[in-house]
Design a protein around this ligand. Sequence first.
Ligand code: ZN
Ligand code: CU
Length: 523
Amino acid sequence: MGRRGQEVGGEDRLTEFSSTPEIGNAMAQKQHFDLIVRNATIIDGTKAPRYRGEIGVRDGRIAEIGMLDEASADVEIDASGLVAAPGFIDAHTHDDRLLLSDRDVVPKVSQGVTTVITGNCGISLAHSPKPQGEPTPPLDLLDSEGNWFKFQSFRAYREKLEAQPPAVNAACLVGHTTFRVATMDRLDRPASDAEIRAMRDMARESLGWGAIGISTGTAYPPAACAPTEEIIEVCRPLKEFGGLYVTHMRNEDDDITRSMAETFTIGRELGAPVIISHHKCVGTRNHGRSPETLALIERRSREQQVGLDCYPYIASSTVLRYDRLEQSSRVVITWSKPYPEFSGVDLEEVAQRLNVPKSQAVEMIKPAGAIYFMLDENDVQRILKYDDTMIGSDGLPHDAKPHPRLWGTFPRVLGHYSRDLKLFPLETAVYKMTGLTAAKFGLEGRGVLKPGAHADITVFNPDTIIDAADFKNSTRPAVGIHTVIVNGLPIWRDGRPTGERPGRVLTRSAGRGPGAVNSLNVV
Ligand code: ZN
Ligand code: CU
């Protein structure tokens, strides 16, 4: 079981290699590497101050960091004037299908991302219901046709990823909402005991095959009727496998603190680390509440493991829902099945063109997606700045006119928030997208530049890096990413993908079970 993971990971080779690290300049003479990043300013992902150095890579791992003038390499990358950092880890994605349908993963790789966390907000391709007509929203965010809903187990999904690997690594969550849609005849009620047992079996299968945790999305109708007890009972196997509980909470507006309390209770009850997804205070009434929510997180963090992620924008995005309108100053349509021509158009204008009130326009153009301007810049900055906040894009890769976070999140944090607004030093910005994220998600040997670590490296220009995607031109690639390396192989150079696809399925180092035993992350 799980042998495939071992083959793809080449674990034996890597373990043997990492047990004989060659550290220090004395050894540098006559050394030969697969790849050297030369003349770099190194920001190592731990928040430590930057330093000058060169990185020697062999067999997919960082073999040495130092001055390697005497050494040679098959591939040399000149990073003069540039920063070399650990490859960025996108803490919050909906890339389950993108990894299979666009294996160069350009929206992410062009930003310097080398690992994505999939299966967020309660929805995953793994354990999807069998295709039968239009998928239940929000499952349609992954695939509006439902043609990719062909993985009725986590094992099937993982084996597909490993048989046709993408350019980036993936650490995968499975979604409670997906379990519900696959299990229940109606979703407007709590699950029965038998349904809970069926969903718990799905959870156990997934964690056993290397899923890193379970996500929930009780804010969305298919899971809104799931009581706290249902979630706890479905997620029971988390403790046994050392998995994470990751949640798009039931409420992020008026009831946000009650939802946070529910989240912490679930984590404690399960004995599982908790991650609050895309933390934000939604709606004008709740603007300015982030000091309160962050204080709550800080307090709970003393008693249990808590993490959170955030995207660097004041607009959110998901499926089109009428109840979100009153909380938004502006709504822009990202896709519509019956009216594709309205992608990128303000709802205001849609209503005018259809000559109906906005409420009716919403009903007419559904199924659809939207961007909602509903957050406060001060809250966004305060949350981004909080010590434990990781960066996650929450990008929606299949929207016709997506929220720009899909293409811009990481360069925006580095260029706009760190360099231009000086919200935090560049070292901190990098930490929030590398070392911190790897630690919170238990991805050993990732997120840091040190000998023995996996060679996931992003080389960027600190003076020019910036997001180029905005709400008008939402798919413009970011500026300033020079080279992106995954498991020792360049996947992005000269502003385009190299065609290499060395991505692996990553499992949690704290995890246990067939997937975890063959963990690709043993350092
Ligand atoms: Zn979400
Ligand atoms: Cu999400």
